[in-house]
Design a protein around this ligand. Structure first.
Ligand code: GAR
Length: 208
């Protein structure tokens, strides 16, 4: 009998290059303990949704504009996660801070990738390109990315994986963002998805 895989949902808001990295590693069998079965966006038309569709994965879009508030967006996402019996939630460029009601419901089961070495340049207001602008403004010589478990503190949950990336002379925020993605995010996020998926499957079998 085939091993049960952890059912993974990926939450996105933008281009979805981190989602793509996960899907590619899944295709290659490097992620084998979990399977992405659902992609949810809080931004209509996000390119990440097209990537999911191309891979044959179910998608949902829940926007604040359409539903009226952040809380309603969360409620719809939670409903969907429950319905689809999701084991692991991955925030891959998801630009909405989650309430403690949400993070409590999936405690230890939500991963986030952040484009800096936490605790530098993180927390409310630090997202996307802004993180790299802040790193360049401060003049750091090394930055990187972090994958952590999500709790009620923005970017404050336990750190699982980090990878350092050099800042080079003449870097713009865009150039630095791309290097951090290529050298760090696209490696450590898929690695963490496999790690936690494997743990979930083992726990279920009573092996942990
Ligand atoms: C990534 O750099 C990710 O680390 C960052 O947004 C980008 C999304 O890119 N996330 C945050 O800043 C969250 N605080 P992607 O849509 O191409 O994966």
């Amino acid at each position: 009998m085939a091993e049960r895989k952890a059912r993974v949902a990926v939450l996105v808001s933008g281009g979805g290059t981190n989602l793509q990295a996960i899907l590619d590693r899944q295709q290659e069998g490097i992620i084998h303990s979990g399977e992405v079965v659902l992609v949810i966006s809080n931004v209509a038309g996000a390119y990440a949704l097209t990537r999911a569709e191309k891979a044959g994965i179910a998608t949902r879009t829940f926007t604040r504009k359409e539903l009226g508030s952040r809380q309603h967006v969360e409620e719809r996402i939670l409903q969907e996660l429950d319905q689809q019996q999701i084991d692991l939630v991955v925030l891959a460029g998801f630009m909405q801070i989650l309430s403690s009601a949400f993070t409590g419901r999936y405690a230890g089961r939500i991963l986030n990738v952040h484009p800096s070495l936490i605790p530098a340049f993180c927390g409310e207001g630090y997202y996307g390109l802004r993180v790299h602008e802040a790193a360049l403004a401060r003049g750091v010589k090394v930055t990187g990315a972090t994958v952590h478990l999500v709790n009620e503190i923005p970017d404050g949950g336990p750190i699982l994986l980090q990878k350092a990336v050099s800042v080079l002379e003449g870097d713009t925020p865009e150039v630095l963002q791309r290097r951090v993605m290529e050298e760090a995010e696209w490696q450590i996020l898929p690695a963490a998805v496999e790690m936690l998926s494997a743990q979930i499957v083992k726990e279920e079998k009573g092996e942990l």
